[in-house]
Design a protein around this ligand. Structure first.
Ligand code: CAA
Length: 373
């Protein structure tokens, strides 16, 4: 199957980023959102991203014009009738997504593949809202979509293997690295990343460290491109709370319950960059967070890193994902300088194990205990 027209539903940061990825790769793209202001916001998101690339000399005006000319926008699902693939990038609310999929099922030609960019919801539940569940798949991009080179392809028990192969080939044509996985809450990256982000806010809530100390610790001591509070603001704190709720409903572990500090910010309307403020205020240009308290930074860095490495070991041990997929996911999906198994290799498994046991003992959280194996 060849893909000539790609549809995208939802034109927030992720939807507009996905539009850009396909238009840059030469595909004709139709972007649909629920209202005229949402369509305008999608157009503005695309224009801003292309201007940024032009300002950096990465794109000429002519190339930018060509990319823009490949995209059309509107509010009507009928515009998606001839799309070979439609990717949904609406907010993380299951009822909203199932409603969209049932409408897409009627609007899009029968041969069209329907994909969801859900971060953690059940792709199976979404597929069940259509009469073509074998053609419904998860295609999970990372923020910013034009920058991050990783895509998770999620199949369900319904999925037609030929559809999975076509989507993998399509993803490769975008220059992305793909991992094929089954339908589990949080998939590979969000399961690991959201627990780490939640852990950071739990530390913040306990008063052990400030947001600046935490962000500086992960940037300076592990070379992460952003600290956890900065990243929560980038992803959207509301989105993170929704993902954590889905993961928590599955694991029932206290460490997966959305941290109070996050829930309160969302209640106050401070959802992160998209609302102008979150952990930080974006009304003016921000400096990179710094802090000179090395003792606090070392402790926070140790605790966040060791808990995360333990989660990576546990995920690989369940057989859900390979070490290579986990390493690629964290490096290419989140811009980390090293994959977790590369970090474990350099620290030494025995040292990680000892640090896990020490963290579990000190914090009283049994979920941090190393696996018996
Ligand atoms: N859209 C398009 N391009 C963007 C961009 C955006 N919003 N933001 C940055 N870029 C591009 C820049 O143009 C620049 O491109 P070049 O290298 O070609 O010049 C590049 O990204 C680096 O940007 P900057 O130099 O301006 O800024 P930076 O070096 O601080 O990088 C960052 C910004 C790419 C966002 C980097 O900080 C990063 O990788 N952070 C981690 C982001 C992350 O973890 N994402 C995954 C979140 S999880 C998720 O998305 C899944 C989910 O379901 C929740």
């Amino acid at each position: 199957m060849s893909f000539s027209q790609i549809g995208v539903v939802g034109l927030g940061i992720m939807g507009a980023g996905i539009v850009e990825v396909f238009a840059r790769a030469g595909y004709q793209v139709v972007g649909v959102a629920e209202s005229a202001p949402a369509v305008e916001a999608g157009k503005a998101n695309l224009a801003k991203s292309l201007s940024r690339a032009m300002a950096k000399g990465k794109l000429s005006q002519e190339q930018s014009n060509e990319i823009t000319a490949r995209v059309s926008f509107g509010e009507d699902f009928g515009l998606l009738a001839n799309s070979d693939l439609v990717i949904e990038a609406a907010p993380e609310i299951l009822a909203l997504k199932t409603d969209i999929f049932s409408k897409l099922d009627s609007a899009v030609k029968p041969t069209g593949i329907l994909a969801t960019n859900t971060s953690s919801l059940s792709v199976t539940d979404i597929a069940n809202a259509t009469k073509r569940p074998e053609k419904v798949i998860g295609m999970h991009f990372f923020n910013p979509a034009p920058v991050q080179k990783f895509v998770e392809v999620i199949s369900t028990a319904h999925s037609d293997t030929a559809v999975v192969t076509q989507i993998v080939d399509l993803g490769n044509s975008l220059g992305k690295h793909l991992a094929q996985i089954s339908d589990q809450p949080g998939f590979i990256v969000n399961k690991l990343l959201l627990r780490y982000l939640n852990h950071a806010v739990q530390i913040l809530d306990s008063g052990q460290a400030t947001k600046e100390q935490m962000d500086a610790a992960m940037r300076e001591l592990s070379g992460y491109p952003m600290g956890p509070c900065e990243l929560l603001d980038l992803i959207g704190i509301d989105t993170c709370v929704e993902i954590l709720k889905t993961i928590h409903a599955d694991t029932r572990l206290e460490i997966d319950e959305p941290a109070v500090g996050m829930v309160q910010l969302v209640s106050a309307g401070n959802k992160g960059r998209k609302s102008g403020s979150g952990f930080y205020d974006y009304s003016e240009k921000l400096d990179v967070p710094t802090d000179s308290n090395d003792e606090v930074k070392n402790q926070v860095h140790n605790d966040l890193l060791i808990a995360y490495l333990g989660d990576c070991i546990a995920m690989e041990a369940t057989g859900y994902a390979t070490k290579a997929d986990i390493d690629f996911g964290m490096k290419l999906g989140c811009g980390l300088p090293k994959g977790p198994f590369e970090v474990i290799e350099s620290i030494g498994l025995e040292n990680v194990r000892a640090a896990q046991a020490e963290l579990a003992e000190r914090s009283g959280v049994s979920a941090y205990q190393p696996l018996p194996l």
